[in-house]
Design a protein around this ligand. Structure first.
Ligand code: SAM
Length: 171
């Protein structure tokens, strides 16, 4: 089970970015996203709706208190932050340690509480440059799954894209 914890969601300012975190997580092999911060029915509904139409078993749920989730989580906890250790130096160790265990990947928002750095097993940087939780998550998942996520199948889909050189085909 691979879970993404999205910290400190703000309904008005983060709706689009948080939705993109969730859709990226789903598309690139995560099993679920836990949303913390402000409860946002729009994000919960729109992501669940995409998951229903495009298949697979991806789930999204809300938990108010992120600290509790991190503390209670039994498995490997990875916090993505520009201040952490380079992903390219740590990914082999993380994959080894994660074998047969659940994995929690924590991505921040505007401000990340200091305690998250202590509670995580790994603080991991996707470059030491500031960018985005969506980009950091995508690169981390690609490294973690070694590219296998690109061919993941989404069972029970109502919609599927048929790849085309040009144009769009959806069945
Ligand atoms: N300075 C903020 C902080 O407290 O970490 C950065 C906020 S950034 C806008 C939002 C999130 O994007 C971060 O919490 C982190 O999860 C992710 N992020 C941004 N740049 C990153 C990087 N270079 N490596 C890993 N994660 C990054």
């Amino acid at each position: 089970m691979l879970t993404i914890l999205r910290l400190s969601h703000r309904r008005v300012r983060d709706a689009r970015l948080t939705t993109h975190v969730c859709l990226t997580a789903r598309a690139l092999g995560a099993d679920e996203v836990i949303l913390s911060g402000e409860r946002d029915e729009n994000v919960l509904e729109s992501v669940s709706d995409v998951a229903k139409r495009w298949g697979g078993k991806f789930k999204i749920r809300y938990e108010e208190k992120s600290r509790k989730i991190i503390e209670k989580f039994k498995g490997i906890k990875i916090h993505l932050t520009m201040y952490g250790m380079p992903v390219q130096d740590k990914i082999s160790e993380i994959k080894e340690k994660s074998k047969g265990k659940d994995v929690l990947i924590i991505v921040g928002g505007e401000k990340v509480p200091g305690e998250v750095y202590q509670l995580a097993d790994y603080n991991i940087a996707v470059t030491g440059q500031p960018h985005s939780e969506v980009a950091a998550l995508a690169v981390f998942l690609h490294e973690f799954f070694e590219g296998k996520e690109l061919t993941k199948k989404f069972g029970g889909a109502k919609l599927t894209v048929i790849s085309q050189e040009r144009g769009k085909k959806v069945i």
